[in-house]
Design a protein around this ligand. Structure first.
Ligand code: NAD
Length: 285
C-alpha cells in the first residue's frame, strides 16, 4: 500500500474536514522515479469500451497491479480481448449516477485487493443537436452522468483514500469542448458538463492536497470511439482536414493513456489541479 497514516474506520459522516488527517505529498526518501503503476490498484469508470478501455490497456502495459472497469454496460468484445492478454483486468457492474453503486464497487475492490490507489472518472456521454432543440430533460441527463456521476466517483474514492491512508490520484476525463466549441458537432450542454469537470479539478486539488490526494483532468480532442463514429463519415471531412491544420486524423484511445499513467503514478507527486489537453487536431481549430 502506498501510505501509512491510516485512519481507523471513520465514516465520512463523522469526518469533519478539519478533523481529517494530514498526509504529506512529499515523496519518501526511497521514491522509485520510474513512471510506473507497479503495485497500483486502479479503477476506471466506463472502461468496457472506448477511451476507458484504451486507458486500461496503457495502465496494464505500465505494470498496474490490477485495473477495474466500473461500467454499466456489458463488456465489449474488445474488453474480453484485453482481459485475455491481461487477466488482471476486471469488471464490476456499476452505475456511476448512483452513489451506493459506486460505494459498493469501491468497497469490493478494497476487500479483494487490500487497497485502491487511483480513480479515473471517465464514464460520460454526449448528445449533439442545436442548443435551441434541447429539452430540459436531455440537459439534465448529460449533467447527471458527466458532472454529478464524476463528482460522486471522485468524492467516494477520496473518502476511501483518506480512510486507508493512501496518497490517491484522481483523474477526470474532461474534453476540449470545455475550452471551445466543437465545430464538427456542437453540443452546448455537453461542453458545459466538461467545463464543470475541468473546473472542479482545481478546487478538489486544493481541498484534498492536505490528505495527500492529487486531482487532475485530461481533455481529449476527437478520439475514435462509438461517441465519434460519425465524424469521419461527414462528407466534408477531408476538406475540413485540409484547413484545420494539426494532425489530420482522430486519436486512438490508447494514445491518451500515457498522460493518465503519468498522473496516476507517484512520479507526478507535485502535479495537481492541472488539465492536459491531448488534441492533435481539435486544439488547432
Ligand atoms: N470520444 C471522444 O472523442 C471524446 C472526446 C473528449 C472527451 N470524451 C469523453 O471521454 C469519456 C469516454 O468517452 P468514449 O468516447 O469512450 O464513450 P463511449 O460511449 O465509447 O464509452 C463510455 C462508457 O461509459 C459507460 N457508461 C455510460 N453510462 C454509465 C454509467 N451510468 N455508469 C457507468 N458507466 C457508464 C458506457 O457503458 C461506456 O462503456 C467520456 O467522458 C467522454 O465525454 C470523449
Amino acid at each position: 500500500m502506498n501510505g501509512t497514516n491510516g485512519v481507523n474506520g471513520s465514516s465520512h459522516e463523522t469526518m469533519a474536514d478539519e478533523a481529517m488527517p494530514f498526509l504529506t505529498t512529499q515523496p519518501p526518501a526511497d521514491q522509485n522515479w520510474a513512471i510506473t503503476l507497479k503495485d497500483k490498484v486502479i479503477a476506471i469508470t466506463g472502461a468496457n469500451r472506448g477511451i476507458g478501455l484504451g486507458i486500461a490497456e496503457v495502465c496494464l502495459a505500465n505494470s498496474a497491479k490490477i485495473v477495474y472497469s466500473l461500467d454499466l454496460m456489458d463488456p465489449s468484445e474488445d474488453f474480453f480481448a484485453l482481459q485475455k492478454k491481461h487477466p488482471n483486468f476486471k469488471y464490476i457492474q456499476t452505475n456511476v449516477t448512483v452513489e451506493s453503486s459506486v460505494e459498493s464497487a469501491i468497497n469490493s475492490i478494497v476487500e479483494a485487493e487490500g487497497a485502491i490507489h487511483g480513480m479515473v472518472c471517465n464514464a460520460g456521454m454526449t448528445k449533439h443537436q442545436p442548443a435551441l432543440n434541447f429539452s430540459r430533460e436531455e440537459v439534465e441527463k448529460l449533467f447527471n452522468l458527466n458532472v454529478f456521476g464524476a463528482f460522486s466517483c471522485a468524492q467516494i474514492a477520496a473518502r476511501k483514500f483518506i480512510e486507508l491512508g493512501v496518497k490517491g490520484s484522481i483523474v477526470f476525463t474532461a474534453s476540449m469542448t470545455s475550452y471551445r466549441p466543437n465545430r464538427a458537432a456542437p453540443s452546448a450542454p455537453y461542453g458545459g458538463t466538461k467545463a464543470a469537470v475541468r473546473n472542479m479539478t482545481h478546487t478538489l486539488a486544493m481541498e484534498w492536497a492536505k490528505h495527500g490526494i492529487r486531482v487532475n483532468s485530461i481533455s481529449p480532442g476527437f478520439v475514435r470511439t462509438a461517441m465519434t463514429y460519425y465524424v469521419e463519415r461527414a462528407p466534408d471531412w477531408d476538406l475540413k482536414m485540409q484547413y484545420y491544420g494539426g494532425m489530420p486524423r482522430l486519436a486512438m484511445p490508447q494514445e491518451l493513456g500515457g498522460a493518465y499513467v503519468y498522473l496516476l503514478s507517484d512520479t507526478a507527486s507535485y502535479t495537481t489541479g492541472i488539465d492536459i489537453p491531448i488534441a492533435g487536431i481539435v486544439g488547432a481549430w
